[in-house]
Design a protein around this ligand. Sequence first.
Ligand code: SF4
Length: 379
Amino acid sequence: MNVKDSLELYIHIPFCVKKCAYCDFLSFPAEEADRLRYTEALKREITARAEEAGDRRVTSIFFGGGTPTVLPAEELVRILTLVKEYYQVEEDAEITLEANPGTVSEAGFVKLRRGGFNRLSFGLQSTRAAELALLGRIHSYGDFLEALDGAKKAGFVNISADLMFALPGQDRRSFAESLQRVGALELTHISAYSLILEEGTPLYARRDSLSFPSEEEYAGMYEDCAAILSAYGFSRYEISNYEKEGFACRHNTGYWTGIPYLGLGLGASSYTGDCRFRNTRSMAAYLERAAKPALLKEDVQLLTEEDAMSEYMILGLRLAEGVSITEFARRFGREFDEIFGAAAERYLRTGFMERTKDRIRLTDKGFPVSNYILADFMP
Ligand code: SF4
């Protein structure tokens, strides 16, 4: 299927039980009545934006947040059913639900699986009690194991867990322990992100009293992700993501390969192929205008040819397979070397990137410093 004929849907549920100490996402605790008002508005937006999707085939749906599983399983299934009614969802679409341990019962997982969800992404972050407490997470490692057991019994096979590293007080050994424990759990996918200290968060306010890993320890932890997880059958397919063969997240891979997406819900971002925009982040405005999506749009950014070429490189180089030089020429009618030859040459010479006949990609040496390298492909 042509990229332009496909579409991905992202559905934002902005509620959480409690705000984590490091989090600056658009998420917050809310009373049941407010959650209900939101889901009613979300349903109005879902039906109103179906026209924008046209006949494009929906290849993946991702319920993210926040903690979508703060909503009852029945409500999540009702939202998914409505989406399937209004959009052309492929029979084998990947339908992911972000879940936090301690927010879904075994019976809840059964309802979700029967209701059509086929992939779970658990926010675990660490297996160590002290690290979970520091991050302000609501769950223990035991809660995660219990949730995982419930999910597997309910028939979920495709299950991912998120881990974090470069945490204050963490060292290579403690992170390796989390990697080993999670690696052994028969998951299909693991994401491992480094902590980013965001201004305005409680963790940021405490930063001077905390001791963070050095750059050297950070590099060691990043290296350990690939080395330890590979012993459990995972391979890195993106800077921060590891799959068992065939279980790369199709939704996120779509983002990195330029498949258009509609973001539904408060603050959700959309990409049409030549334009990026997002919905309002104001709950009052969202509740009032959800049925008139044109009035929700903010930060509209029309992409120039230069932006599009740059995005193609910056997103594609995140993937272990890198980008196709032939595809670049086909898409943009320009030769890769003419536009990015000089930027790439420096990294090819120093072993941070490698090039085959058709592809250019980061090497194992390049991945840990990808932020610096990708900045050179900016417009
Ligand atoms: S559960 Fe996730 S979205 Fe919610 S506060 Fe914690 S990190 Fe943020």
